[in-house]
Write a protein that binds this ligand. Structure first.
Ligand code: PHE
Length: 455
């Protein structure tokens, strides 16, 4: 197999860790994790989420990086090439196509939420949050989402930023930005947790997040478990080929297992910190943990409005969150761009533009679903919510099952041993293999069946 990718390579193992962490850490951790945890009552959800990350997420991440590095192409062509090598059906490339579909759908709403975040940089920076209470902060949020023109402007700017980086090539542009901004975001989150521990109701926040109360789940336990698992896939960027293509730019010498553990660890830490920053504020101000997708946009302004230098910290926080979203969005676009370059002979610029414009158009439907089209629902959900639910809870876990089955059952065992650097009888390798062959696919299937009430 080839040892390099035509789209470029990471300059070092560290560059891969930064890029993959950049993909994983994003709105999923800071916007989506707190609001889904809040919707399902906190502790029990968080516990199931953590279990999913460790027992399903990490093994699948290892498998996804491994397939990418073995194939060294876009997920579609990687799957086609690996299937051919193993003498199995070329239909395995459908996994790549499904990933492209997920990428389109996710990025279309992701960009809209990133747009809210951009809007909030200016709202925070101009001091609009000073002394604000819960109701005032809800009003500001409501005014933004009710205004399609503003949403469209921010969505457009964000997509332009994403296309700009992807057009230049991910390996060159991304590295430097992530190296600086990730640690900055992390530090600021720690500052906010410290603030929350002083000014918020920290005890209530901690107990909400870490005291599992399974009776909270009972009414909709199936849904809650499905959402916790979906959140794990979404947050770790698994199941759609983003991690696969980043793996395809990884040198053959790097240790996949160690890298995956580091990436998942950092991603989880950021999500937990976000929860610790937000829920104490929620409880101290009598806000609603189950407020839904607006949660951080309705609660954090209250904190920024009270803390010293809140305008500065607020603007900085939302700015860093925009960067985190940016580095995730890039990885959502990359698989389709790589495919267009490989199979259609497009230049990177043309491929990025085409993919970007398609996503942008789809994003317009998402942002209109917040206002003009709010009456239009499918299964009781507006377009944005529907895309969010469908991708995280169904398409990504489904992609994950196929990745697990391919890596565990189809690929030669010797290939997986070589890729993972496992000598005969290595304990961790055996654990991984057990998880990827049996545990991960079965869990996902059981959770699916359970959620639709079949078991
Ligand atoms: N993991 C990203 C986040 O948490 C979102 C994402 C999902 C990126 C799937 C790539 C693939 O924000």
């Amino acid at each position: 197999m080839s040892t390099t990718s035509m789209h470029g390579m990471w300059s070092s193992r560290l560059a891969f860790i930064f890029a993959a962490t950049g993909s994983a850490v994003g709105l999923g951790n800071i916007w989506r994790f707190p609001y889904t945890a809040g919707e399902y009552g906190g502790g029990a959800f968080v516990l199931i989420y953590l279990a999913c990350v460790a027992a399903i997420g990490v093994p699948i991440m290892i498998a996804e990086v491994m397939l990418g590095r073995r194939g060294r192409q876009s997920p579609i062509n990687t799957m086609r090439a690996l299937a051919e090598q193993q003498g199995v059906s070329p239909l395995w490339q459908l996994l790549g196509w499904m990933g492209i579909l997920s990428g389109f759908l996710i990025l279309s709403f992701y960009s809209v939420i990133a747009g809210w975040t951009m809007g909030y940089v200016f709202r925070a920076g101009s001091g609009q949050f000073a002394g604000i209470d819960g109701a005032g902060s809800e009003a500001i949020f409501g005014a933004l989402t009710a205004d399609p023109e503003r949403l469209l402007a921010w969505h457009t700017i964000f997509m332009v930023l994403v296309v700009m980086v992807v057009a230049r090539g991910v390996a060159s542009g991304l590295e430097r930005a992530v190296r600086l901004l990730m640690p900055a975001l992390f530090l600021l989150l720690v500052v906010m947790v410290l603030y929350a521990s002083q000014a918020g109701d920290f005890a209530a926040g901690v107990s909400y997040l870490f005291t599992p109360d399974f009776s909270e789940l009972q009414a909709n336990a199936g849904e809650a478990i499905l959402s916790a698992m979906g959140q794990a896939f979404f947050s770790l960027s698994l199941g759609m080929g983003a991690i696969m293509i980043y793996g395809s730019y990884l040198s053959s010498h790097a240790s996949i297992g160690a890298n995956a553990a580091i990436i998942a660890g950092m991603d989880t830490l950021v999500a937990v910190l976000a929860g610790l920053a937000i829920f104490p504020i929620v409880f101290a101000n009598g806000l609603e943990p189950g407020a839904g997708p607006g949660l951080i946009f309705q609660t954090l302004p209250v904190a920024f409005g009270q803390m010293p230098f809140g305008a500065f910290f607020g603007a900085l926080f939302f700015m860093l969150l925009v960067f985190a979203a940016w580095t995730s969005a890039i990885s959502l676009l990359e698989p389709m761009v790589a495919y267009l370059v490989e199979n259609r002979g497009f230049s990177r610029v043309r491929a990025s533009l085409l993919a970007g414009v398609t996503v942008w158009a789809l994003g317009i439907a998402c942002l209109l679903s917040l206002n003009e089209w709010s009456g239009f629902t499918i299964f009781g959900k507006g377009i944005l919510d529907l895309f969010d639910y469908l991708t995280a809870n169904i398409l990504l876990p489904l992609g994950g099952i196929f990745i697990a089955i391919f890596a565990g059952w189809v690929l030669d065992q010797q290939v997986t041993r070589d890729e993972l650097g496992a000598s005969n009888g290595a304990r961790l390798y055996r654990v991984w293999r057990g998880l990827i062959r049996w545990f991960a696919p079965l869990c996902v299937i059981l959770v699916f069946f359970n959620a639709v009430g079949l078991i």
